[in-house]
Design a protein around this ligand. Structure first.
Ligand code: PBG
Length: 310
C-alpha cells in the first residue's frame, strides 16, 4: 500500500550481441547466460526475450572485418548491424530495435572513431562517420540509435544526418554521461573492443565528476537527444538522480557487463542470492531516477516483474 517505486518489465532493454558467423551461439565466459548469436541463431534469443515480456533490444555487432575507420558500420548491404536489423524487423515487427552507434568494435585500434598518427582520437572527423552510420542503421529499420562514443557534437551530427535523410521518426538515445570505467571489461571481451593502445580517458568521463555530467547532458538535450543515458549505473546512482532532476527527458541507466558479472560470480559460489540481488539493484536504479534500464538481467528477470499493461 505504501510502496513508492515499482520496477516494470517495460522499463527494461535487453542487449543482444550479433556475431558474423551465422550459426554461432557462443557464451561469453565472463557473462554466464549471455551469448554472441549469429543471424541464423539469434531468432531463438529474440523469441525468449519477447516471451519474457520485453519488447526493446539494443544490438551490438561483432564485425567480420575491422579496419582503421570501421567502415562495416555504414555498409548498407553487408554491415553486421544492418543485416541483423533487417532480419529482426522483418520477422518481429513488434520488436523495438535500438542500435549502438560506435566504432570501437569495428576498428583495428579499438578506439571509438578516427585516430590520428600520434594515437589521438580525432573528434570532428569522426562526426561525419557517426552520421553516416546512424543513417545506414535507420535505412535497415532501426527505431532508435544510441551513440556510445562520448564525442562532442555526436547527437547533433546524427540528428542532422537522420533528418536530411528523412528519418525524422528515428529517435536518439544518447550515452550522454559515460564514465571511463573498469566495469566494461566483460563487454570488451565479448566484442573484442579493448583499445590496442592507450585508454578512453580523453573522451569518456572521470568517475570523480558529477557537475560535468550535467554539462554533458545539457549539450545533448540542446542537440536533440530523446533519451539521456548514464553509464555505468551501480557506482553512479547519484549521477542518475542529478540528471533526472536537471532534465525533463527520460533517463536510462546502463547496468553494465561488470555489474552483471559480479552478481553472477558471487551467486555461482553460493555467496549471494543472485536473482534477489539483481532485482534489488535494478529497483535501486529506478528509485535513483532511471525511467529505463539496459540490463543483461532483463530476459531472465522480466517474468518476475509486473507489467504496466497489467
Ligand atoms: C561501445 C560500448 C561499450 C559498452 C557499450 N557500448 C564499451 C566501452 O565503452 O568500452 C559497455 C557495455 C557494458 O560494459 O556492458 N563504445
Amino acid at each position: 500500500m505504501v510502496r513508492e517505486h515499482t520496477l516494470h518489465r517495460e522499463d527494461l532493454i535487453m542487449p543482444v550481441f550479433i556475431d558474423p558467423r551465422a550459426d554461432t551461439v557462443r557464451e561469453i565466459p565472463s557473462m554466464p547466460g549471455i551469448c554472441n548469436y549469429g543471424l541464423d541463431t539469434v531468432g531463438r534469443e529474440i523469441e525468449a526475450i519477447l516471451a519474457a515480456g520485453i519488447r526493446q533490444v539494443i544490438l551490438f555487432g561483432v564485425p567480420p572485418t575491422k579496419d582503421a575507420v570501421g567502415s562495416d558500420t555504414w555498409d548498407d548491404e553487408h554491415g553486421i548491424i544492418q543485416r541483423a536489423t533487417r532480419k529482426l524487423k522483418a520477422e518481429w515487427p513488434e520488436l523495438f530495435v535500438i542500435t549502438d552507434v560506435c566504432f570501437c568494435e569495428y576498428t583495428t585500434h579499438g578506439h571509438c572513431g578516427v585516430v590520428a598518427d600520434d594515437g589521438r582520437l580525432l573528434n570532428d572527423p569522426t562526426l561525419a562517420n557517426l552520421a553516416r552510420q546512424a543513417v545506414s542503421h535507420a535505412r535497415a529499420g532501426a527505431d532508435m540509435v544510441a551513440p556510445s562514443g562520448m564525442l562532442d557534437g555526436m547527437v547533433g551530427a546524427m540528428r542532422q544526418g537522420l533528418d536530411e535523410a528523412e528519418f525524422h521518426d528515428v529517435s536518439v538515445m544518447s550515452y550522454a554521461v559515460k564514465y571511463a570505467s573498469a566495469f566494461y571489461g566483460p563487454f570488451r571481451d565479448a566484442v573484442d573492443s579493448a583499445p590496442a593502445f592507450g585508454d578512453r580517458k580523453t573522451y569518456q568521463m572521470d568517475p570523480a565528476n558529477v557537475r560535468e555530467a550535467l554539462v554533458e547532458a545539457a549539450l545533448d538535450v540542446e542537440q536533440g537527444a530523446d533519451v539521456l543515458m548514464v553509464k555505468p549505473a551501480l557506482a553512479y546512482m547519484d549521477v542518475i538522480r542529478a540528471v533526472r532532476e536537471a532534465h525533463a527527458l527520460p533517463v536510462a541507466a546502463y547496468n553494465v557487463s561488470g555489474e552483471y558479472a559480479m552478481v553472477k560470480a558471487a551467486a555461482e559460489r553460493g555467496w549471494i542470492d543472485g536473482d534477489a540481488v539483481a532485482l534489488e539493484l535494478l529497483l535501486g536504479m529506478k528509485r535513483a531516477g532511471a525511467d529505463l534500464i539496459l540490463s543483461y538481467f532483463a530476459r531472465d528477470l522480466a517474468t518476475r516483474l509486473p507489467s504496466v499493461a497489467g
